[in-house]
Design a protein around this ligand. Structure first.
Ligand code: GLA
Length: 734
């Protein structure tokens, strides 16, 4: 329940109390809301005592504009820019009211600002999540004009960032992420340079491939995983965005994030309000991993669908059979995954279509009825077979898309995003198009795709929801203002997902977009997990999962054991290494088990059984990244520790194989220094156990020194020898 604990309103600009302090367990955000000036932020960092918060001004800490307007004096890049109804392009905001209310998890500060002359109101929100040390900020921009008959009262909002964070310059470094299909979440770590540095995404309906909507900002030089002051920020928005660092010759740089302003100006008629997506941010003095832990806890509790429910171990059919779906193959895969201890089977692409049966990727999207040639007994039979095997059934759909070769497109050619007087610009298969989710009829259709499947087969447990195309044509035949397309699409999709979630609250849904295109906190509230990448190569997955773990918890990262040579990189990575990597996130398989040897299936059976033992720690524990693959030390290492420190899982991967290389000994983190932990190696292939197998060590020793991983190559019979080595250690407090 919202409880208002302080309220102050001025009708006109003028002085009122100067600052509001929002505290979380370990951090403070101090907002300047003096009525003489625009909104500012005075402090964001470690939690302040009341006296120190009151003494900030005396300490020389002044406000930095938190929502600067075009053309505030000296702003290189404003947070908001408006064209007034009379063409005036300036906005002169000052704070007129402040309200602080309480909600179950923290506080909500609303600061209301008004233009000194024009009827424009901006509300900036700051929401604290007390236990998780996370804040969210967003804005609402209102045209308060009274509609007039003759003169226009419409304003145009040209730029509407979600929020701004001041960054005190010094030895500041940033970590952003870039990538491409098959290489998502690559880290770029660099000092904050003078000028404007921008991360921008205009992929439209998915935004996690070419760049990511999150950034880490280290205030203490090159960022460390487990020490130093770091701010992490994540824009909660699935569409186009910018992250912008502005660093000029002043004490403060600023970080801004919001909807990408390119061609996205928003027209507001009299009485209308535009709401921006939220920007979440968190401060930690425990390095990058500290920020990650805050985001993971916050995400699991407040954002991720079913963030408190263990994820099942699954087999997905894609790399096993691709489009070659048929009943015996599906039944065989279900039987195989069940026999290995898996809990769910997901039938991927290729099961649907009539006139344009989905035998390749250039046809059929939109025709969401079963292809009876492939599956004569329909989905119902498969669901029953899954039940007979003692597992659950899941299915792939791509409901926001169509192909020019589809019955849907033939019936509704006007349902796609398409710019007038242009040839359609197609995507995958040379025929794919994006449906116009701003259109209520399309929203109903997308809802019905899920609703029909679920009505006919209420026992479907899981949906893999794909989106294999970006927007290549910015055009909607419904919109008066084409620049509203992004907002219309995403608000339409969100509304549709709300309907689905209301009716099917227990369904597990994976966000897939040609791999990791929808790894974003603006999408995950409706989804349980995301497919990290179409690239299932274990070695490269170490890098991609490392980057993805900066903001997303392991339980949300789908990570599958696949075949060798790998279908994307053609690398042949031994099964143990593939399992050890997949086991560090939400474990699954992406392989045709019938092509595996009996020995390999046995190995996977054991892996799955052990994963179930460590699943609570991996999926709900705290992450400590220990040695980064990006540091070129020849290894990568991370661990998860249960919140009560009763157990932990430690991962060690050798990522180069140059003979004679020496690797650092890895200090563990997050354990209880005063408890003894017994070590058990999982997925062991070595003939002899490691020297520390079954032995106990204090948390203090493990964190101050660490175990000597030896041998660093597997001591194993010759047919299992390879140039890869990895270890998974399960630590249990005695
Ligand atoms: C995308 C997904 C894959 C698979 C295919 C099916 O590429 O990322 O996992 O589902 O589509 O066409």
């Amino acid at each position: 329940m919202k409880k208002i604990i302080s309220l102050s309103l001025l009708l006109l600009c003028g002085p009122m109390f100067a600052q509001t302090v929002l505290n979380t367990e370990h951090t403070s955000l101090v907002v300047d809301n003096d009525g003489n000036r625009p909104l500012g932020i005075i402090f964001f960092g470690p939690r302040l005592g009341a006296d120190d918060a009151a003494g900030l001004a005396a300490a020389g800490y002044g406000p930095v504009k938190a929502y600067s307007a075009y053309c505030d004096e000296g702003e290189s890049s404003c947070a908001i820019s408006i064209t007034q109804a009379d063409g005036n392009r300036t906005l002169d905001l000052c704070v007129v009211g402040t309200e602080v209310s309480e909600w179950e998890g923290g506080k909500l500060l609303t600061v209301t600002s008004r233009d000194r002359h024009y009827p424009v109101t901006v509300r900036n929100f700051f929401k604290s999540y007390g236990k998780e040390d996370v804040f969210e900020t967003w804005a609402e921009i209102s045209n308060d004009a009274v509609a007039r008959k003759k003169a226009s009262s419409e304003i145009v909002v040209n730029r509407y960032m979600s929020g701004t964070l001041p960054i005190r310059v010094g030895n500041v470094w940033t970590v952003t992420q870039y990538g491409s299909w098959g290489n998502e979440g690559t880290l770029l770590t660099e000092p904050l340079a003078r000028g404007i540095r921008m991360v921008k995404n205009i992929d439209g309906v998915r935004n996690g491939h070419t760049s990511r909507a999150e950034a880490m900002i280290s205030l203490d030089g090159k960022p460390q995983e487990n020490s130093g002051r770091v701010i992490g920020a994540a824009l909660e928005w699935g569409g186009n965005y910018v992250l912008e660092f502005n660093c000029f010759n002043s004490n403060y740089a600023t970080f801004q994030a919001g909807v990408c302003p390119d061609n996205s100006e928003y027209h507001l008629a009299a009485g209308e309000t535009l709401k921006t997506p939220a920007l979440a941010y968190s401060f930690s003095d425990e390095g990058l991993s500290g920020v990650s832990r805050n985001f993971h806890r916050w995400g699991r509790k407040y954002r991720l669908a079913h963030g408190n429910v263990e994820r099942k171990v699954l087999l997905n059919s894609w790399e096993g059979v691709y489009f070659d779906i048929n009943e015996p193959a599906m039944d065989g895969m279900m039987s195989d995954i069940a026999s290995m201890g898996g809990e769910l089977f997901v039938m991927d692409d290729g099961w649907f279509g009539g006139k344009y049966a989905r035998i390749t990727d250039d046809r059929g999207l939109g025709d969401w009825f079963v292809d009876r040639k492939k599956l004569p007994n329909g989905i119902g039979w498969l669901v029953k077979r899954a039940d007979a095997h003692g597992i659950r059934f899941g299915i792939w759909i791509e409901p926001e898309m169509t192909n020019t070769m589809s019955e849907l497109y033939e019936a509704h050619p006007d349902w796609v995003l398409h710019a007038a007087n242009r040839e359609p610009v197609t995507g995958r298969g040379g025929t794919q198009l994006v449906l116009d989710l701003g259109n209520p009829a399309v929203q109903d259709f997308v809802f019905s795709v899920v609703d029909n499947l679920m009505t006919e087969n209420p026992d479907i447990d899981y949906i893999k929801w794909d989106a294999n195309m970006n927007v290549r044509e910015y055009g909607s035949n419904r919109l008066k203002h084409q620049s509203h397309l992004e907002m219309a699409y995403w608000n339409g999709l969100y509304a549709t997902l709300d309907r689905i979630r209301t009716k099917y609250p227990d369904l597990t849904i994976q966000a897939c977009a040609s791999g990791g295109g929808r790894a974003n906190w603006g999408v995950l509230p409706w989804f349980d997990e995301f497919w990290v990448s179409d690239n299932t190569d274990a070695l490269q997955r170490i890098y991609m999962q490392w980057g993805s773990s900066y903001f997303f918890p392991a339980m949300a990262m789908a990570s599958h054991i696949s075949a060798v040579p790998n279908h994307q990189t053609h690398r042949a990575v031994p099964l143990k290494f593939r399992c050890d990597v997949a086991m560090s996130a939400r474990l699954g398989m992406e392989i045709q088990p019938s092509r595996m040897s009996e020995a390999d299936r046995d190995f996977c059976r054991k892996v799955i059984a052990d994963y179930k033992r460590i699943r609570p720690v991996v999926q709900f524990g705290d992450i400590y990244r220990l040695v980064s693959p990006y540091d070129d030390l020849g290894i990568a290492s991370l661990m998860y520790v249960a919140e009560n420190k009763s157990d932990a899982v430690f991962y060690w991967y050798r990522i180069n194989s140059l003979y004679g290389s020496r690797y650092p000994r890895v200090k563990m983190q997050g354990l209880d220094p005063d408890r003894m932990y017994t070590v058990e190696e999982l997925n062991r292939i070595d003939d002899k156990p490691l020297s520390f197998e079954g032995k106990s060590f204090s948390g203090k020793f493990l964190m101050e020194n660490g175990l000597e991983i030896a041998p660093v190559v597997h001591d194993v019979r010759s047919d299992l020898k390879s140039d890869y080595a990895s270890r998974v250690l399960y630590l249990k407090a005695n």
